[in-house]
Each structure stands twice: as structure tokens, then as C-alpha cells.
Design a protein around this ligand. Sequence first.
Ligand code: G6P
Length: 367
Amino acid sequence: GSVGKDGYRHYMEKELHEHPVVIGQTLQRLIDPATRRVMMPDLPFDLASLPRAVVTACGSAFYAGLVGRYWLEAVAGLPVDIDVASELRYRDPPLTAGGLGLLISQSGETADTLAALRGMRARGQHILSVLNVEQSTMARESDVVLGTVAGPEISVASTKAFTAQLSVLACLTIAIGRARGTLSEAREQELVTELLDLPSRANEVFDQGQAIREMAAVVAQARDVLYLGRGSSFPVAMEGALKLKEVSYIHAEAYAAGEMKHGPISLIDNTVPIVATLPSGRLFEKTLSNLQEARARGGRLLVFTDTKGAPRLRDLAEIVVALPTVSEFTAPVLQTIPVQMLAYEVALLKGTDVDQPRNLAKSVTVE
Ligand code: G6P
């Protein structure tokens, strides 16, 4: 192919380092920096009159959609249903015509997502797709395409496409919130400012490489790893667990931190490391108390937090990665980068085929 590794050992490593640029490029298309407002392309439907959204995708793109659900509900006040495409396509959910069918896909070719798109179109939904490959089957069959400007993604395990998808979903949320009247102009400008700050903050994440490699040394010894998060950081935990499974072949499971006591707490001992994504903010104390419960049962805590949350975790956790402190709105975008980096570092230690993990395909075009 024409895309090289630019001196990186693997495409996955190279693409991880592209997060800051990709976030910036994607936001640039959708934000007017002068007015600090979101600009949407001309839409063949009215964002203000959408009754609800049905979001669907597969793999990492689905987890991006889950973050989008937290945003669309809380920021834009839009009711959201979401499911993986392989389920949604056979669920036959009753849908009122005129709703939003929101598809997310890097390739634009995933068979289940495409089938879900067609099913939603048949039920009278407006189809808006968030796609990285803008010349794709899904692009042709959508009413609107919002492009993720991530460039070609070669590593089978998705990395940079994810933060690009989140960048688009954040802007879409703002546009819908503005249309529905849940966001004032001032609040929109605040959120936009937070988004525009992300590329520089994302660059700072790479300063944490040493601590992430220390975490990787712990994770690489484990047979099972539990990922925990709450709110919009819960899908980040899911993405971390998926990435670890994909590239290191270590079993990982993500749980909503508050749900831990309903099952996985029985697994906790010093052989099952716990990776927590825990930015400061509204849910910090809640997750912290879940981590204290885990610690009390001998769990080894590896925590991704921010500079504001870090002091509360120093005595509790074995390793703390303190990311730049950003708003609750943008925190999941930033938190994604180190959880993906962790999976990469574990894969290096395990000596797996990082860019081409066994049994996986970049694009799953058959059901
Ligand atoms: C495959 C890839 C994943 C990707 C998923 C969805 O499983 O290995 O990295 O997240 O497909 O692909 P899409 O192209 O629809 O985003």
C-alpha cells in the first residue's frame, strides 16, 4: 500500500500517534473557529423535529455510539436507542417515521451495519452516517454523511477512527442541542472551546508513556482483566477491554463500575488487575468508592484519571496515569487514547501480531 509506518514499529503505534491530528482535522470541518459555533452541512431534514435517534454500529464504532448516547441525551435532550447492528437488524423495533437513524462505521462496508441502515430506511428514518471511508456503500445509501477525517486506518484494531467518530458525534450533539433549544449560544461556544482544546491536550497524553508501560507489565501477566468506568467513561472502558482482547489475546471484560457488586466483584483477587477510567467530575466519588471496594478485596488498581483526580488515587491505586484535566464533556475523547495505548504496549510484551491479530478482519463484509 501507499501508506508507510513512518518509522513506527507498527501501524497501530503510528495510528495511535495520529489521534491529536485526526481530532483536529475532523473538528475543523464542523466548527467555525471565528464564531466558536458548529457548522452542519445542509440537511434534508430538520434537526429540531427529530423525535428520537436510533444509533447502531459494530465493534469500536459501537462504543463511540455509546459515548454519543450519553451526549445526545444529556446535552441535546434527544431520546436515544442504541444497539449493535447484528442485534438491531433483527429486533424489528417499532420506529416512528421521521426519526434519526445514526450509523457509525470506519469502513462504511460492515455487513450488519449496512443491513441495519437499510432496515431503518425502510422504516422511514432519516439516515445520517458517520464514516471514515466517504466513498463507501453506506455513504451512497445515506441521506447525510459526516466524515471522520482520520485518513486510512491500516491496523485491524481501530484506534484513531474512534476519536474522530467522537469528534463528529460531539459536534452533531451540539447542532441537535442548538436546534432543540437545549443549548444557549454561550454554552455552545463553551463546548466548542473545549473541543478545540482537545488536540493539544491529546498530545500531552503521550507524556504518560512510561506509566502506561508500567501498567502494561502488570496486565501482561494476567489471564483476566476487569475494566471499570461510569457514565461516558464506561464505553471508554469497553473500548479498552475490546482493544486488549483483540491485540493481546488476554481476556478482558468491561463493567459499569456501579454494577461490579452485582457479579464481577466475586472474581476480584490480586491476579485480576482492574483498569479504571475515572476522570474528575460528577461521577468521580461514586467510581472512587467502587475502587475502594475492589481494593479491599485485594484488587490491583491501574487507574486512568486526570491531574485533578490523581491526588485522591495515589494511596489507593498501584499505578495512576494523570491525564490533563478537561471538561466532563470531552473527557471520554482524551481517555480513549491511553486505554488504546495500554493494549498496544501489552501486545508488544506478549509478542502478538499487533497489526493483524489472529482471526480478525479489518472490515467484516459478510454477516
Ligand atoms: C471489525 C474491526 C474493528 C471495527 C469493526 C467495525 O471488527 O476489526 O476494528 O471496529 O469491524 O468496523 P467499521 O468499519 O464498521 O467501523
